[in-house]
Design a protein around this ligand. Sequence first.
Ligand SMILES: [Zn+2]
Length: 173
Amino acid sequence: MPSGRVHEAINLSVLGLATAAYWVYRQDLEVPQPVAVAFMGSYLLGTFLITPDLDLAEQQVRAKGRWGWMGWLWVPYGWMFTHRGLSHTWVVGPLTRILYLGAMGVLVYWFFTTLSSYLGLNIHLQPHFKAPPQEVIWALVLGYYASQWLHLIADGIWPDSGRIFANRRRRQR
Ligand SMILES: [Zn+2]
């Protein structure tokens, strides 16, 4: 199975080809720039920072290392998910990481607000979100999923249920 480094190289090569194709056909495609940028951004995020192999985060994996000192955030994910199990499925797998990250974000947010009120500090972390246009949201979802699917294909996992768990017991990346 490909190592983290090979996965990154594969993903980047495909992105390069897609970008070249987009550039050649940009007049016909008429994809607005924010949409293209959103796709690319979340694709890169899924290539370097949020990868299926974070199911090994209790050990040392490349993507975890890229989080720097925040890499420990993924360790419970590694405990929860068997390597190449649910984390390496086509639809639910990528979703587990987003939900996990969201839950972690809520936890960290809760921790800091509780701590600051306990200390009598009047810090209000009130995140202001303005939802981006719908096509940008779709581009974000697509870009992320595309990066995850390429990883699965490189791992030899195709979206037919029979083979999704086929390599489960091999402790390889
Ligand atoms: Zn993998």
